[in-house]
Design a protein around this ligand. Structure first.
Ligand code: ZN
Ligand code: ZN
Length: 196
């Protein structure tokens, strides 16, 4: 499927990747920390495969200066970081979004072990309902997960998906409309973005 060029209308500016620019905040053990992304700069663009969109997409590479913060106070400079973003969903295109198959198999083993444990152990008089719930629910969950793993087709690898993506052939900068300088490095003389 050809890569859509509609990203031009969405005008991905150097700081429009909301997932990145907005402070990522985790609350762990009452510690609020995250990473600020400063000085966003667009460096390059390419045709890519986005795992979140599950489609070939245009991706843009953004460089930022990252600073780790604690309780919103910038404390630790982490240096310059480059990341690729899908111009449609604004996520990093190669970050897996689904539970990996190996994790599902690991979950199956855990469920199986728990199912056996609850059937081997006698029913606790003060936990009768819970014991039977686990005795029945455990094997049921195991069977459902096993059937899911058997009948769900194996996911195509990212490498195979990338093989279906055609390289970018733009001759005009998709961001500022300037004619690209075609050479060993195809770049825009106006905004400096590089075609990859
Ligand atoms: Zn996407
Ligand atoms: Zn340009």
């Amino acid at each position: 499927m050809p890569v859509s060029n509609t990203y031009r209308s969405c005008q991905v500016s150097a700081c429009a990747h909301s997932n990145c620019c907005s402070t990522i905040v985790w609350v762990e053990m009452l510690l609020i920390h995250g990473v600020y992304h400063f000085r966003s700069q667009r460096l390059a663009f390419r045709n890519d495969y986005c795992l979140f969109c599950a489609e070939p997409r245009r991706a843009v590479q953004i460089r930022t200066f990252d600073v780790w913060h604690l309780f919103w106070i910038p404390l630790l400079p982490l240096g310059f970081w480059k990341r690729w973003f899908c111009t449609v969903c604004n996520r990093q295109p190669h970050v897996a979004t689904r539970t990996r198959r190996t994790f599902k198999w690991a979950g199956l083993v855990v469920l199986l072990v728990f199912s056996i444990m609850f059937w081997v152990a006698p029913v606790m008089p003060d936990f009768r309902f819970g014991s039977w719930l686990f005795r029945i629910g455990g094997p049921m969950g195991t069977i459902i997960l096993l059937l899911h793993l058997i009948y769900t087709p194996k996911e195509t690898s990212l490498k195979e998906r990338l093989g279906t993506v055609h390289a970018a052939t733009d001759t005009v900068c998709p961001f500022c409309g300037t004619q690209l300088i075609v050479g060993p490095l195809c770049s825009c003389p106006a905004c400096g973005v590089v075609r990859q």
